[in-house]
Design a protein around this ligand. Structure first.
Ligand code: SF4
Length: 380
């Protein structure tokens, strides 16, 4: 692992411990044979007072209890459109639960069954680092001409920074529209925190060149860039990445094409630029699912995304041949923290009248984060 990855991992662990212990009280034992029955019973007691949202990357044992399955955008929309459930039990990661809290009413409480379920990418851009970067861009008279575009996979604090500074949130399915919108308002984009989604969209969708993009390294003075490089760039990419998608390589693509005749490579735009450029189809999590489901029987797919989802797609589409793009890439470890014992613990605690693991975004932060989220929802 490169030194920068270790530093970023360390930063993620600090943020994780700041979020507090994963849950209070005692968790059911993983070997308890009654776990499924306990979850069903607690779910029945809660009835319509609770809604369980499950991200596609969750384990099968958890996703089985989801009222709605989706990617981060679809789940945020689901949370926003339900104003009756008192408890939104979010089986996903911390930034998703924050977005759900921002988009729901004050009466609703968002619960994350394990508080340590963070996202290493979101943790790669802290509020103080982003503010430092913006101050530097302001000194250079560049911030005034720059629009921040922030990927949904970011903390509420970074979404709030974006809202305050005239920018918008984007997802992997509307990043192109968000960047086009930003170029109508300003000359440059500061893209946070996923450099790969920013670069892939700028080059493959907007037709910019790789040299139009520079990478801001928050660990170096001036982002590790000269003033001239920043002035010349059209897109300033934050040095962040997904520790799962960032591991797929061009060698994986070559290898699967050499070993599986007729295979099509289907990847998420959080993968590196060379992987995305070599793939047959690139799309968001929802688009990956649709592409496989709508493909002809006998189709062969090598998929570069999180392993729980790829395994589920293989199980649910037995008439197609589905392989994982790289056998050495594993599950998203933070998504995987939410297991059946944590879900049972959260459901039983709520059913017993104990509010646990609530995710609450501070009012001022939520106000400007919502401005940025609303700008995304209003994108043409
Ligand atoms: S898959 Fe990547 S972006 Fe998604 S939660 Fe895990 S680390 Fe974060």
């Amino acid at each position: 692992m490169a030194l920068i990855d270790l530093l970023l991992l360390g930063q993620g662990q600090d943020l994780q411990s700041e979020r507090g212990v994963s849950c209070t009280g005692s968790l059911p034992d993983t070997s308890d044979p009654q776990l499924v029955e306990r979850a069903i019973n607690a779910r029945k007691v809660l009835g319509n007072r609770a809604m369980v949202l499950g991200h596609h990357y969750q384990r099968d044992e958890v996703i089985d209890f989801a009222d709605i399955r989706g990617d981060s955008f679809k789940l945020a929309q689901a949370a926003a459109s339900n104003s009756s459930a008192e408890y939104i039990i979010f089986c996903g990661v911390h930034f998703m639960a924050e977005s759900a809290d921002i988009l729901t009413t004050d009466f609703q409480k968002v619960i994350l069954p394990d508080l340590a379920a963070g996202c290493s990418m979101a943790d790669m851009a802290s509020a103080s680092q982003v503010n430092q970067c913006w101050s530097q861009l302001t000194k250079l008279n560049i911030a005034q001409r720059t629009i921040p575009i922030t990927y949904m996979n970011s903390s509420a604090a970074i979404k709030s920074f974006t809202g305050k500074n005239g920018g918008a949130i984007c997802t992997s399915s509307n990043a192109e529209r968000a960047m086009k919108w930003a170029f109508e308002k300003g000359e440059k984009i500061l893209f946070l925190p996923d450099q790969h989604l920013g670069r892939n969209t700028a080059v493959l969708k907007l037709g910019l060149s790789l040299s139009d993009c520079v990478v801001w390294n928050p660990w170096k003075p001036n982002g590790g860039l000269s003033d001239q490089e920043i002035e010349k760039a059209k897109v300033i990419l934050w040095r962040g990445h997904c520790s799962v998608h960032g591991r797929f390589s061009i060698e994986n693509v070559d290898q699967v094409r050499n070993t599986l005749s007729g295979v099509k490579v289907l990847v998420h735009p959080e993968c590196k630029h060379e992987v995305v450029a070599a793939a047959d189809v690139v799309g968001s999590t929802e688009m990956i699912i649709k592409t496989v489901e709508q493909s002809a029987p006998g189709s062969k797919w090598a998929i570069g995304t999180e392993l729980n989802l790829v395994q589920r797609l293989a199980n649910e589409n037995p008439d197609k041949e589905i392989v994982f793009l790289d056998k050495t890439v594993c599950y998203c470890s933070t998504m995987n923290r939410i297991d059946l014992p944590h879900l049972v613990w959260a459901l039983e605690s709520l059913a017993a009248g104990n509010l646990v693991n609530q995710i609450k975004v501070e009012a001022e932060t939520a106000k400007f984060a919502k401005v940025a989220l609303d700008r995304m929802l209003a994108l043409p």
